[in-house]
Write a protein that binds this ligand. Sequence first.
Ligand SMILES: [Zn+2]
Length: 294
Amino acid sequence: MKMITRHVGFIPGPVNVGVIRTDKQAILVDTGLDDQSAKKIIAAMNEAKLEIIGILNTHAHADHYGGNARIRNSFKSMQFIYAPAIEEAVIRHPILEPVYLFGANPIAQLRGKFLMGKSSPAEPLPSPSLPFDDLSIQAISLPGHSINQVGYVCENVFFCADAIFPEGIIEKYGLLYCFDVASQLNTLRSLKNPLPYKMIVPSHAHPRQNISSLVEKNISHMEEITSAILDLISVPKTSEAITKLLCIHQKIPMKSIWQYYLHLNTVKAYLAALLKEEKVSAFVENASLVWVRK
Ligand SMILES: [Zn+2]
């Protein structure tokens, strides 16, 4: 565990897990992907002689809540697991993620641990401001990457979840999962100006004092995808054809069925935003739903 301020630190990993602590108790921000991640967190807590009293999840992607169940069962001191509204329902019923990605009873390939974490109890955040001993934890709304994602701030340390991704991840994957493009761009713009925080901890990048260049890179990535999609639909195409050509042209890897669904649904998020802005139209032709640039 690395401390940033007296009471706030994190456990570095594929997903950084936030720790807000007093002398004897701790609240976690997210819990990693699975039992393995939970074991690592439990070991760090035992070493620091801390009892976990609560979990604050940022959003309901499996790599952020998959360790909840194991941690909850390992600490008698546990009092609550909170997540933003709707996200909390997915944490209680992890099948909902493959359900919304597939749109019907999901096939086995969408039921792996990356899309479906272990179920755990979770309640909607009771308030955007949570007291913990003498500390105060604020939830900050960061929708877009997922329907109702939030970040958490304590002692001026901001856990900003998946609102931004580091350059290496943008380059490696070429297309970042997004649920709502307009919300995600608004979220990124809200993070653009100098932020009043001492340190910002993204889930998938090193903590840093300034994220403005990273925010710019995330925005320009989204603008690049938007214009690439627009270029592809000077003639009408289905969302599947757009996804295929976008991945080929932008060299976006697609190695599995679940990756296919993440990409396809992200393309749909871009198309929905363009439709709302009246830059494209959608209609049914020859028994296909097609999209075309206006
Ligand atoms: Zn996520």
